[in-house]
Design a protein around this ligand. Structure first.
Ligand code: SPV
Ligand code: MN
Length: 616
């Protein structure tokens, strides 16, 4: 089959785009994947409905009781991103600076083509057009997705803006990303050959191939696969592509103050974006550019692919409401009983039987590894449009993005970092982001409490060397007369480092409001070696006003004392890590060393643990 054999209606749609590159790619994909049928989708509601129905017809999704809700299952062994088989195709493996994530381009392409060859036999190929970022915006990147999965297409219809009209605006140019995905051979709707799951990123041609998988983090081209391509593009064009939420809050009366935030997974990223009293622009990926000497950000997406575990009416009322009322929602890998979805931590009683990602389920059932199967997978998720949420910010669709006043970096750290601090400079801020670490939790395999280094929470997606990435960040700030403030947060401090948490879940609201006040010149701060920290009186008043709670001076001292020895140990770890790379900017290394010096000096003067009052 070739493009010549697709029917008139579909061919006409492609012709409308007036783009020979698109035609070539589609033709080539058809010849390689050999589908039985090809369908081209435009931005019309009719085409969106075609995809919804197709996902139901071919069993990729099943309707649930509530109107608009469906359930999708990924294979038992296909429940998360496959880091091991996600590789960059490069011509010079050694010189790429990408370590063992890079493989030789020719070798990778040969293997990929062998898996894609005939992968769509007997299946329908969907050709879809999207826009990464708001339409008609200089931030945005048109993207073409070719897939044989109606679930992937349906997810992307929810998560991204339609892009057929964007492709027309391209005027025949090849400045777009493209993604080719096949779920491969299926049994009962589930990928059979997961051992041949491969995700190959072709940095030379701004395209990604993904085969033999269904989990959205592997299959949905526009999410983390596009982020990798965007990181490379951003570094070439002097902007930033970040694994960041975008949110706004107004506590000073005039207008919203916006923050972007990067947190490794399971560190409170979505809940920070969803802080009560704030508005959400995005929860996962942002593009940031300098416009008129100001940083502006757009959400690359218009939907959320969020972790569902522990979403309850008590903890996340806004999301919980969207998940329980009629509206377009895809649930994945949760328990279903009688057409109703259930997940761990939802705050209602979970039935003892049903169907989940491992098939028929009953309480106590064991999985292939001999361990008891939970009702829902740890990484089970919901997919919905942000405008279904009552706190959605209409600025989501602003082609000029929103102005960013501060960047937030947050990790899971039981014994070192204070709950919130503002960096003394952009350069120190970049260092704080690049030194982000997070402790592993029971949620991930392996030992608990091990610190993992995750620069800017972006390390899984760095398509360029760490040194180039850091240099791009430093340069970004230098081009601004007033770079954004940078904040470090830590919601996970424990009593004496091992006991109970020192903060309550919602205390993060106070830290965000403090940041908003700092940006709007409402609060003074105390200068310490690790940055500017809040004054007790300000926090006491904020806790009273927003948490209806007395925040004691003893709590303050415990939380905001500078644990110098712990910080020094952290920076010793960082020294060891960064010295393994050969292209880390000298300016960055100097920053790291002067941070250590500041800490050593403070230690000599005040001791290993320093009360905030010493710095007053
Ligand atoms: C993440 O893991 O950071 C996600 C979900 O946002 S995934 O699509 O798997 O990347
Ligand atoms: Mn993410």
């Amino acid at each position: 089959m070739s493009i010549m054999s697709i029917n008139q209606t579909n061919f006409k749609k492609l012709e409308e785009l007036n783009n020979e590159h698109v035609l070539k790619i589609v033709n080539w994909a058809i010849e390689l994947c050999k589908p039985a049928k090809v369908t081209v989708l435009t931005d019309s509601e009719e085409d969106a409905d075609y995809v919804r129905k197709l996902a139901l017809k071919n069993g990729k999704e099943t309707p649930l009781k509530t109107e608009g809700h469906t359930i999708h299952y990924d294979g038992y062994f296909d429940q998360a991103r496959d880091k091991e088989h996600t590789k960059y195709l490069v011509s010079d493996v050694e010189g790429s600076g990408l370590g063992n994530e890079a493989i030789l381009r020719d070798t990778g392409l040969k293997e990929m083509y062998s898996y894609l060859d005939g992968s769509m036999q007997g299946k329908e190929m969907l050709v879809l057009f999207y826009c990464l970022g708001p339409t008609n915006s200089k931030f945005s990147i048109p993207s073409l997705q070719i897939t044989d999965s109606a679930y992937v297409a349906h997810s992307e219809n929810i998560l991204y803006r339609p892009g057929f009209e964007e492709f027309k605006r391209l005027n025949g140019s090849k400045d777009f990303f493209y993604f080719i995905h096949s779920a491969g051979r299926l049994d009962n709707g589930v990928t059979v050959d997961v051992d041949k799951r491969r995700i190959y990123i072709d940095l030379e041609k701004n395209r990604v191939f993904s085969v033999n998988n269904q989990y959205a983090g592997n299959s949905v081209g526009l999410k983390k696969l596009a982020l990798r391509l965007a990181i490379q593009k951003a570094a070439q064009e002097d902007w930033l592509a970040e694994h960041m939420f975008v949110m706004g809050i107004n506590n000073s009366g005039n207008q919203l103050t916006y923050f972007t935030g990067a947190f490794p997974s399971a560190c409170g990223k979505t809940s920070t974006a969803m802080i009560p009293g704030g508005v959400i622009v995005g929860d996962d990926i942002a593009y940031l550019r300098i416009v008129d000497d100001q940083v502006r950000a757009v959400n690359v997406e218009r939907g959320m692919f969020g972790i569902i575990e522990d979403v309850s009416n008590a903890n996340d009322p806004v999301i919980y409401d969207a998940l329980t009322k009629p509206g377009e929602v895809i649930f994945s890998n949760v328990l279903v009983n009688d057409g109703v979805p259930y997940w761990t931590g939802m705050g209602v009683e979970i039935p003892k039987t049903g169907y989940n990602y491992a098939g028929d389920w009953y309480e106590g059932k064991k999985g292939p590894d001999g361990k008891e199967l939970p009702p829902s997978n740890k990484n089970s998720r919901y997919t919905l449009r942000i405008d279904e949420l009552s706190n959605a910010d209409p600025a989501l669709e602003d082609p000029n993005g929103v102005p960013v006043s501060g960047f937030i970096y947050g990790g899971r750290d039981s014994d070192t970092s204070v709950p919130v601090a503002e960096s003394l400079s952009w350069e120190q801020g970049v260092m704080i982001g690049a030194c982000l670490e997070s402790e592993t939790t029971a949620a991930t395999l392996g030992k608990q409490g091990v610190r993992k280094h995750n620069p800017m929470a972006n390390s899984d997606f760095l398509a360029i060397s760490l040194g180039t990435y850091i240099q791009n960040y430093l340069d970004f700030g230098k081009r601004l007369s007033n770079p954004p403030r940078v904040y470090a947060t830590n919601y996970f401090l424990k009593k004496n480092g091992t006991g109970s948490y020192l903060n309550e879940i919602l205390d993060k609201k106070v830290w965000i409001i403090w940041m908003e006040g700092r940006v709007n010149n409402k609060f003074d701060a105390i200068e310490t070696p690790i940055g500017l920290i809040p004054k007790y009186e300000d926090l006491q008043q904020l806790f009273k006003e927003h948490m209806q709670r007395e925040y004691t001076e003893a709590e303050y001292i415990e939380q905001f004392s500078i644990r110098v020895d712990k910080y020094l140990a952290k920076y010793a770890r960082m020294d060891a890590i960064f010295s393994k790379y050969d292209d880390i900017p000298v300016e960055f290394i100097n920053q790291l060393h002067s941070q250590k010096e500041l800490l050593e000096k403070a230690k000599a003067k005040y001791g290993a643990v320093i009360s905030p009052y010493e710095f007053l």
